[in-house]
Every structure is written in structure tokens, then in C-alpha cells.
Design a protein around this ligand. Structure first.
Ligand code: FAD
Ligand code: SF4
Length: 519
């Protein structure tokens, strides 16, 4: 008799209670699946990184004395999908009990739950034991359709898990230090930006396999994969972040630059960001481990790391990451259909080759194609904002984000994309649409000074396209947005413009919308 335990590609959690004991009758299955490589068009480095991390995890389990079946695309090609493969394995290994961990994606969870329910042998589903909140607890915090707010949730989480608290009060007497953070990066700041810690994991064999099976991908491949693919590498990256990046994490969290690399170094894409999202989302490290380690560094830094830096970082993990997961599960599957602004335009072709004259978009997309990575503000305020104010169909926006980023898994990608950045959920995730003109980009980056367009102009051929597009977007959705007090000034400013100017702006916006492929 055999017990079969399935480990999915984003369930590489070595601390899971499954692995505490060794059982000769337990067979762990880790499988490269065609369905997972193809449910969307992934970045070449993303599939390679997942397969490499799965392979490392399988090796680690074998070394720890577990029985493991690691299947490659070659081994699984003949099976139509995951249930089909599992059915064959249950038979081949004479399995009498099937166990799996709850999948974090709705699509997969449904598939596995249905499969388990249809079995004649017994089956058990386990928690992944990764997040702060267990699966069953999510409904205590999140309800379908309700407009949830991060700040409220974040405070509850800090209190509940006693993270940086002094009794009932937040450390330093303040929950939020955003005012002090989020600065623009100036040339004088360039010298202290740390070089990114990059790994170099040979994925030639994996990449050949991906090509042999005709899996279509986007982005540039790099045979020396620079992402962490084991728990050990994930911990090294975490230590590196704490030692060299945490000190200015909050300060330059929103900064963007194209000029830093003129110094001959390649670090403008990473700045002070942790790049831990892949390690976290594959569960090679846990959010608790990341938060505890960062706080330990903060506490022993003798004041070098300031409170706003650590608070800004902890908020992302204990706050945002857990928050979007809660929103996802409370609202799926309906969430995937939401389109509150009825956006229906198509993504311009240059989202796949970065060939646009708009410098900000050129850099954000070029970097995404090269590294399968962009930091939060590039995703939200550059590519995301562009799609928002040009009314791109959220279906297409979701698909692009789900494919291109190394860390993109639907539970975290979708609420960020469809919700936070596209406002397609009508305000479940965020209280307002993150729409911006060129002014915001100019404030947070040095992109504009080298751009073909002029950020201070709204009309005319060389005017920054984002300016007219922003106004058109706000005016179009005025009935929906004008109730929000945060938009009062915006509409007052619009009203102040002479009618002729208003018309010229809207005309320019319409022209741009018709020529999105050529701007
Ligand atoms: P850091 O800036 O170093 O932040 C530390 C960690 O905080 C991250 O690793 C991540 O785990 C967490 N975090 C920060 N912001 C968020 C957030 N808004 N939601 C959830 N976790 C957060 N993140 C993903 O992991 N997968 C995605 O597919 C994804 N898609 C996104 C799409 C859009 C449109 C936007 C605006 C954001 C998206 N994010 C996504 C959130 C965020 O941009 C990335 O987590 C972050 O850029 C990853 O880089 P990092 O590890 O260097 O993050
Ligand atoms: Fe982007 Fe406009 Fe600035 Fe060009 S001028 S970089 S398009 S914000």
C-alpha cells in the first residue's frame, strides 16, 4: 500500500509538517506539467525558474531520505492534464491514499478538489502552512464584494501577530510612515545603491526541454538563471537584502531611474527592492521568516535602519501580500470577470518588444522582458497606469502580467492588476483608481528628461501622451469618480480650463487612442 503526496510547483515548503517524518510507504510526486507551462504564455525565465526550483526541491527531499518521483515534461507529455497523470500514478504505484495541499489558484484548487472527490480511495487536503492566515481563517477577515481597506487589515495583523508592537500601540507610535518614505532618487544617491545579488544557475537542460515541447514563451532567456532556486539561496538573498537594501527600502520604494546605469553598472532595475517575491511565492521561504529576519536586522542595527524603512517593508508582506490573497479567495471566481470601467481596448504591440517612444514605458517593459521583473511602482504607475487611462481590456492586462513576471501567480497577480491597478473591481482593493498624468512619473523618476515627449505639455505632437489621456480618462469617468473627495481638486482644475483647451485635450487623447501602437 502506498500513500501518494502531490507537491505543486509553488508548494516548495520544506518546513511543511509533511516532511517532519519519513515514511517508506509515502511517495512524493513533483511534476513538470504541460497544463501549468501553458495556461498562459509565461516568461522564459519564469518557467525555467519554477522547473529549476522544483528539481532542487525534489533533490533536497531525496537527500532528507524521502521517496520522491520527479517527473519532467518528457515524462508527463502523454497525459492530458494533472488529473489524467494522477490517475495513472495511483494505479501504477498501487496507491490507497491520496494527499495534496490546497492550491492557491482557483483554477487548480477546483481541478484538484474535483479530482479528489471523484476518487474511490481516500483523499486528504492539507493547508500549505505558508501564510500568516490559514485558509479557513480568511473568511473571518474578508467578505465577497465588500470594499476592504489595507490599512485596517494591516493594523489587525500587526496586533494579532504582535509584530513591532508596544502593547496595543505600534512601535514608534505610528502605523504608517509613508510621508517620510517614497523619495525621488537623485544622482547623488546613485553611488550607494547596492549591486543586486544575482545567482547563476545553469538551466540549459531545462530550457532545451521547454523548447523541445514547443512551449511558447515571452521575454529574454538567460541560461545562467539569476533567481534563487533553493531555500538556501532564498535565505542568502534575504540576508543580502537585510544587510544592504533594507536601510533605504522605504525611502526609495517608489523611485525609478534610467540614468543610474550610465555609470556602467546594471542595478537600476533592482534599486533597494528585495526581489524575494519568487522565493516567497514558490514558498521556498515563509513570510514569517522574511519578516522576523528583517526585524532582527532592524533591531540590531543600532539605529542605522530607521523605523520607516522596516515598517514600509513589513507592511508589504504582512499587509499587502496577505490582503490580496484574502480579497482573491473572497471574490473568486467572479473577480476574474469584473470590468467596472467597461474597458475594452487592446494592448499595444510594444508591450512585447518595448518599442515605444515613451521613455517610462520603454524602460519598464524592456526591463520586464529582460529580467521578468519590475518593481511595484513600475507595475502600478507605469504599465498599469497606461493600461488604466487608455482603457485596455482587463482580460488582456491580467494575461500580460500573469505571464511576464517571475512572481506571477494568479492569487497575487489578479487583485493587484485587475483590482489595484485597473480599478476593474470598482474599489474592492483600493479606494481610488491609481490614474496619473506624466507629472507623477516626472516626480518619481528621471525618465522624462530623455523622453521624446515633453512632460509639461498636454497638447501638440510632442506633448507627453499621458497628460491628455489622463484628462480624458478622468472626465469620462467623472460620474463614478467625482464622489471621491480625493478627486475634488482634479475636477475643479478641469473646470477651470477654457472650453477650447478642454476640447483640444480631449481631441489629442482620442487621436492617441487611435494610434496606440505608434506612440
Ligand atoms: P519588494 O518591493 O522588495 O517587497 C517585498 C515583498 O512584499 C514582495 O516580495 C512581495 O512578496 C510583497 N509585496 C509587495 N507589494 C505587494 C503587493 N501589492 N501585493 C502582494 N505582495 C506584495 N506581486 C507578486 O508577488 N506577484 C504578482 O504577480 C504581482 N503582480 C502585480 C501586478 C501589478 C499590476 C502590481 C501593481 C503589483 C503586483 N505585485 C505582484 C506586487 C509587487 O509589485 C511585487 O510583489 C513586487 O514588485 C515584487 O518585487 P520584490 O520582491 O522586489 O518586492
Ligand atoms: Fe513618460 Fe511622459 Fe515622461 Fe515621456 S514625458 S517619460 S511619456 S511621463
Amino acid at each position: 500500500a502506498t500513500r501518494l503526496r502531490l507537491v505543486l510547483g509553488d508548494q516548495l515548503n520544506a518546513s511543511h509538517s509533511w516532511f517532519r517524518e519519513k515514511h517508506d510507504d509515502t511517495l512524493y510526486v513533483i511534476a513538470e506539467l504541460h497544463q501549468e507551462a501553458q495556461y498562459t504564455q509565461h516568461h522564459a525565465q519564469k518557467i525555467s525558474a519554477f522547473f529549476a526550483a522544483m528539481s532542487q526541491f525534489a533533490d533536497a527531499l531525496v537527500q532528507a531520505g524521502h521517496r520522491v518521483l520527479h517527473l519532467t515534461l518528457d515524462d508527463t507529455a502523454q497525459y492530458q492534464d494533472l488529473p489524467d497523470l494522477l490517475t495513472a500514478l495511483l494505479q501504477r504505484y498501487n496507491v490507497n491514499h491520496f494527499e495534496y495541499q490546497l492550491a492557491d489558484e482557483y483554477r487548480l484548487r477546483n481541478q484538484l478538489d474535483n479530482f479528489a472527490q471523484g476518487l474511490t480511495i481516500s483523499a486528504t487536503a492539507y493547508e500549505t502552512e505558508h501564510f500568516y492566515l490559514t485558509d479557513t481563517e480568511l473568511s473571518d477577515y474578508f467578505q465577497q464584494g465588500k470594499r476592504h481597506r489595507l490599512e485596517h487589515f494591516y493594523r489587525k495583523m500587526r496586533l494579532r501577530f504582535n509584530v513591532m508592537m508596544e502593547g496595543e500601540e505600534p512601535l514608534g507610535g505610528q502605523w504608517n510612515f509613508d510621508q517620510q518614505n517614497r523619495q525621488k532618487m537623485k544622482p547623488k544617491d546613485f553611488v550607494s545603491v547596492p549591486d543586486p545579488l544575482l545567482f547563476s544557475h545553469d538551466v540549459t537542460a531545462i530550457w532545451e526541454r521547454i523548447q523541445r515541447h514547443n512551449i511558447s514563451t515571452i521575454g529574454e532567456m538567460n541560461m545562467a538563471l539569476l533567481w534563487p532556486v533553493s531555500r538556501k539561496q532564498s535565505l542568502i538573498l534575504l540576508e543580502y537584502f537585510c544587510r544592504f537594501c533594507l536601510v533605504r527600502f522605504g525611502q526609495f520604494q517608489d523611485a525609478m531611474t534610467a540614468k543610474l546605469d550610465t555609470l556602467g553598472e546594471s542595478k537600476q532595475w533592482t534599486l533597494y527592492h528585495s526581489r524575494l517575491s519568487f522565493a516567497l511565492n514558490t514558498k521556498m521561504i515563509s513570510p514569517q521568516c522574511v519578516v522576523d529576519t528583517a526585524i532582527k536586522y532592524y533591531a540590531s542595527s543600532q539605529g542605522q535602519i530607521s523605523l520607516p524603512q522596516i515598517e514600509g517593508f513589513v507592511r508589504q508582506i504582512i499587509g499587502w501580500r496577505e490582503f490580496v490573497r484574502g480579497v482573491y479567495w473572497a471574490n473568486m471566481p467572479d473577480y476574474a470577470q469584473l470590468n467596472a470601467l467597461n474597458a475594452d481596448n487592446s494592448l499595444p504591440d510594444w508591450f512585447w518588444n518595448a518599442k515605444t517612444k515613451m521613455n517610462c514605458l520603454h524602460y519598464a517593459i524592456k526591463q520586464s522582458l529582460e529580467y521578468a521583473y519590475a518593481h511595484h511602482i513600475q507595475r502600478l504607475m507605469v504599465t498599469g497606469n497606461f493600461c488604466l487611462i487608455t482603457g485596455i481590456d482587463p482580460e488582456q492586462v491580467d494575461e500580460w502580467y500573469l505571464g511576464i513576471y517571475i512572481d506571477a501567480i494568479e492569487w497575487v497577480e489578479m487583485p493587484n492588476t485587475r483590482g489595484m491597478s485597473q480599478f476593474a473591481d470598482g474599489g474592492i482593493v483600493g479606494s481610488k483608481a491609481y490614474a496619473a498624468s506624466g507629472n507623477y512619473i516626472n516626480k518619481m523618476s528621471d525618465y522624462c528628461s530623455d523622453c521624446a515627449y515633453n512632460v509639461s505639455k498636454t497638447i501638440g505632437d510632442n506633448a507627453c501622451p499621458l497628460n491628455a489621456l489622463y484628462w480624458r480618462f478622468m472626465v469620462k469617468h467623472q460620474p463614478l469618480f467625482s464622489n471621491n473627495p480625493r478627486n475634488k481638486m482634479v475636477f475643479a482644475n478641469w473646470q477651470k480650463k477654457p472650453i477650447d483647451d478642454q476640447q483640444a485635450i480631449l481631441k489629442r487623447a482620442e487621436y492617441l487612442l487611435k494610434h496606440l501602437n505608434n506612440i
